[in-house]
Design a protein around this ligand. Structure first.
Ligand code: SAH
Length: 218
């Protein structure tokens, strides 16, 4: 796996990151590929410098524009859930700062990401480039519509919460594919795992979570 220790990223961040990933493992994440990937990706470069010293706490942090970088445990859980079905391609809805995209990029051949806010996506892409990550493509647009030209996707991961599961995303999920999505109002939501087969979809509630809303009418 690529070593992302760029100039200016010292041993301190590596050790604190390892401690964070150990804690996540202790909380029940058992997919070693996910844990290894989170050991490799420097989360601190995805937040503003002023917050960098908090980047290895297991907590969501602000990334500007009223948005957040997701809590590391939730990133790990969502990634583990979609990976259990196998698959090479993943659609991410809500690129944000690009951290989740970076985690996915080491575990899937192709990552497609849709982000509503152009400045966030542009900044995210810069960070991915700085890390030498080349298999993430993004577009600025409305995630409710998915990204039909690249469908079907083996996996879909939605990192902002709609009130109900968007139809377009179910349509763009491959048969045998898996989607993980927080669904509910602005307080807390249910993190749903959706599995699609020839007869339709089944869903299970995996966790209670708190995400920013998936903004409508973009
Ligand atoms: N995966 C991100 C989490 C970002 S927070 C990370 O690791 O940082 C959720 C993101 O969803 C925000 O960037 C927000 O702008 C975006 N978003 C909200 N509504 C959206 C929509 N309708 N379509 C696409 N992105 C949306």
């Amino acid at each position: 796996m690529a070593d992302f220790d760029l100039e200016g990223i010292g041993m301190t961040s590596r050790r604190t990151r390892e401690r964070l990933v150990d804690r996540i493992a202790a909380q029940g994440i058992y997919d070693s590929a996910v844990l290894d990937r989170m050991r490799a990706v420097p989360r601190h470069i995805f937040v503003d410098e002023a917050l960098a010293q908090r980047s290895y706490e297991d907590t969501a942090l602000p990334i500007g524009h009223g948005q957040t970088i997701s809590q590391p445990f939730i990133v790990a859980l969502m990634t583990q859930l979609i990976r259990e079905g196998g698959g090479r391609s993943v659609l991410e809805v809500g690129m944000g700062c690009g951290y989740q995209s970076a985690v996915l990029s080491g575990l899937f051949e192709k990552v497609w990401s849709v982000e509503l806010l152009a400045p966030l996506a542009a900044r995210a892409q810069e960070r991915l480039q700085a890390l030498g990550i080349k298999n993430v493509r993004y577009k600025v647009g409305d995630g409710y519509q998915g990204w039909s030209v690249h469908a079907p996707f083996d996996c879909i991961i939605v990192t902002a919460a709609p009130a109900s599961i968007p139809d377009a995303l179910v349509e763009q999920l491959a048969i045998g594919g898996r989607m993980v999505i927080p669904v509910g109002g602005s307080g807390q939501q249910e993190l749903l795992l959706i599995k699609k087969d020839r007869d339709g979809i089944t869903q299970t509630v995996e966790e209670i979570v708190r995400f920013v809303p998936l903004v409508k009418g973009a």
